[in-house]
Write a protein that binds this ligand. Sequence first.
Ligand SMILES: *[C@@H]1O[C@H](CO)[C@@H](O)[C@H](O)[C@H]1NC(C)=O
Ligand SMILES: *[C@@H]1O[C@H](CO)[C@@H](O)[C@H](O)[C@H]1NC(C)=O
Ligand SMILES: *[C@@H]1O[C@H](CO)[C@@H](O)[C@H](O)[C@H]1NC(C)=O
Ligand SMILES: *[C@@H]1O[C@H](CO)[C@@H](O)[C@H](O)[C@H]1NC(C)=O
Ligand SMILES: *[C@@H]1O[C@H](CO)[C@@H](O)[C@H](O)[C@H]1NC(C)=O
Ligand SMILES: *[C@@H]1O[C@H](CO)[C@@H](O)[C@H](O)[C@H]1NC(C)=O
Ligand SMILES: *[C@@H]1O[C@H](CO)[C@@H](O)[C@H](O)[C@H]1NC(C)=O
Ligand SMILES: *[C@@H]1O[C@H](CO)[C@@H](O)[C@H](O)[C@H]1NC(C)=O
Length: 750
Amino acid sequence: MAMTTTTPSQSHSQPLPVILLLFLLLSAAIPHLILEAAAAEQDEQQPITLADCPNKCGNMSIPYPFGMKPGCFREGFQVTCNDSFNPHRAYLANSGAYQHIFEEHDRVEPEWSQVWNRSLDNTAFELIDISIANGEARAYGAVSSVCSQNRNDYISNNQMMHLGNKISPFLLSTERNVLIGVGWRVQIRVYSHLWSPSVPGNSQKELMLSCISDLMEPQFLAFATNGSCKGRGCCEAALPEALPITVLGLAFTMSQTNTLFKTNPCSYAMVVESLWYNFSTPDMYGYEVLPNRYPRGVPFVIDFSIPNGSCPAKGQPPPPDYACVSGNSSCANATSGQGYVCKCLDHYDGNPYIVNGCQDINECKLRDLYPCSADGVCKNRLGGYDCPCKPGMKGDGIKGTCADKFPIAARVILGGIGGVFVIAAISLLILLHKEKKKTREFYEKNGGRTLEKANFIKLFEKEKLKPILKSSNFIGKGAFGEVYKGLLDNEQVAVKKPITGSVLENEQFANEVIIQSQIIHKNIVRLVGCCLEVDAPILVYEFLCNGSLDDILHDNRKVPLNLGVRLSIAAESADGLVYMHSKTSTKILHGDVKPANILLDDKFVPKISDFGISRLIARDIQHTGSIIGDMSYMDPVYLQTGLLTEKSDVYSFGVVILELISRKKATHSDGGSLVNNFLEAYKKEKKATPLFDEEIAVTEDLEILDSLASIAVECLNLDVDQRPWMTDVAERLIILDRSRKSQFTLHVPV
Ligand SMILES: *[C@@H]1O[C@H](CO)[C@@H](O)[C@H](O)[C@H]1NC(C)=O
Ligand SMILES: *[C@@H]1O[C@H](CO)[C@@H](O)[C@H](O)[C@H]1NC(C)=O
Ligand SMILES: *[C@@H]1O[C@H](CO)[C@@H](O)[C@H](O)[C@H]1NC(C)=O
Ligand SMILES: *[C@@H]1O[C@H](CO)[C@@H](O)[C@H](O)[C@H]1NC(C)=O
Ligand SMILES: *[C@@H]1O[C@H](CO)[C@@H](O)[C@H](O)[C@H]1NC(C)=O
Ligand SMILES: *[C@@H]1O[C@H](CO)[C@@H](O)[C@H](O)[C@H]1NC(C)=O
Ligand SMILES: *[C@@H]1O[C@H](CO)[C@@H](O)[C@H](O)[C@H]1NC(C)=O
Ligand SMILES: *[C@@H]1O[C@H](CO)[C@@H](O)[C@H](O)[C@H]1NC(C)=O
């Protein structure tokens, strides 16, 4: 079970490519039938007018109910076409603007003279376009102005706009137009009333719209900014909603004389299509700038409706002369409350005001408005369209969700097997993903980032170590965990797999590993690399074939160990410890010096193992309160104070020397510990000869053994200050070793 989840099983990953291959073959074999709507669309021009009626003035379409010839328009919708222009221009008959031009002189309170000069009658609005679908038309409207030649005299040119006659089909669109004022000082009066040409001012409503632009003093002119119409040289106001304006008068109110007449002689007012006008500061300067710039006028929007009657209630007969005569059309009461408008139903367009005016839309030709993805087959139908996905695909072409599906044939063939494989493959992928994520997490947790920077240490992938971590390679178990022997990159290595759940902390661990990997000394076991992709990091060391000093001394007593070998083991081990203790950058203490941590290579050269790591372990164990490991080697001072020093390692090394000369375990059970026995013997006789290993306790070597014993005793001094430094110990051992060797060579010829 555990194997299937942790192994990225190569055998399981096979089915996926096989399925894909099958799928590709099968789907390629099925021809994609691309069904194009074969029916050639007739692009004939839809009639927009009554029979035999002209449909254009110049290049402008004039759809019914608008019309030009008698009998071609509905009452109120007459259009006149002026052919003295090229192209011809269309005008809305029965509508237009009166221009009220008058002069005001000496406009100083309390009296001023007003001279009524002329009133230009009924200048019809020129049409820009007509939209039946929107129920609106656009036309050019005039700009009202007031200009002053001097401080006190004005010429006003005020527009009275009227839309239609009596019951008019036209209303000024309050939604699509805005009131704009431009100039140094503008306040606009708006008159609205039902059309009554004979008596201006009769039955009128007067509205004061709050469109105020006020720049009384020259210095304020600087406040006007291009594009901004917020009361600084330009003002804008919405038209009052739901106000049936058929006649609109624009006028100006000014209570003071124009102090800026030299630079800013004119102000303007206009009802204009919203968003059309862009204020620019030069518009405030000069004489009649806007009327001169827009001689045909400025565009404004007119709503039209059928003014007589309303839409029939459900089941009721339509009103007389009902306008919505086309099939596939609907009626909507006008929002102004007066009359109604006709619309084609959705997916139909054309003219609802004529018989058969509403025609089905071929949506397939209008993909922008009616989406159908490239993977769909667009099919027009009456009142709508369909867009099924191409064969071999499923989804919705209108929503654009067409996607390949398993062909039916493939599904039959693969059937359940395929499904099972797919599920298996997916679960495998999920498992692999999870595993990968976990691997990464462990890697980070174990300080992978820090170690990446240290390029002298190899970071092994766990897959690479997996073959080594099997029981046949198991060589031992220590405080750190299990040790396996193996071959990695053609090098014999010892792989140390920690007991899972050991709480080595990431950064700390990483730092220790970095330090260790930097240490290159003949008497220290070399750390080759590590693997961080597992919960507790695995360490890879060089492999030493003769095992530990502990094995050689105690478990494998058949191996003869003469004093020379023991002495050089002691001297060289000491050298290793000195090297670590004397490293300038980071002094490294071992913390757990003991024969089990002194390994021997094929030539019995000792190498100290588990630097730092063992200390971490030891500390960790202390933290968790359960002390394992050999108390027999631990400095009692360290155990008391918890403070690990170089002298702690010196103490432990003293115990190692004792073991070397006695070949007895420090934890020897017969009558107390080796250290105590030794110290007692030494205290009594200044000698410990009975405790020496018989194998080496030959008379000519007793002197050397005594020296070794005395070094050990010094190391074991409970007064830390009395203990020698490791360098002293090493020096003395090296001298002993050399003297023994020279003594030996002297003896040989004899
Ligand atoms: C009508 O013709 C004029 C001049 O030929 C052109 O500028 C204008 O865009 C045309 N309008 C339409 C709606 O085609
Ligand atoms: C056409 O426009 C010209 C120039 O504005 C005008 O003189 C003429 O009377 C107009 N014709 C008609 C039929 O309105
Ligand atoms: C207005 O009429 C007066 C005299 O009645 C005349 O002097 C003046 O020029 C006229 N102004 C305009 C703009 O027609
Ligand atoms: C506004 O734009 C016009 C050009 O369109 C420019 O001449 C004028 O200086 C600009 N005014 C400001 C205040 O930037
Ligand atoms: C004003 O700006 C808008 C947006 O840039 C543009 O559509 C419009 O035509 C402009 N109006 C004029 C009169 O240039
Ligand atoms: C509209 O109604 C008026 C009377 O309310 C009537 O005289 C006129 O003929 C009607 N017009 C149409 C087009 O039905
Ligand atoms: C239109 O208005 C009339 C009368 O106000 C009403 O009877 C009718 O139901 C309305 N029709 C619609 C479609 O709202
Ligand atoms: C709707 O229009 C279609 C043609 O586009 C026509 O065949 C159908 O009869 C029309 N329906 C009605 C109710 O007129």
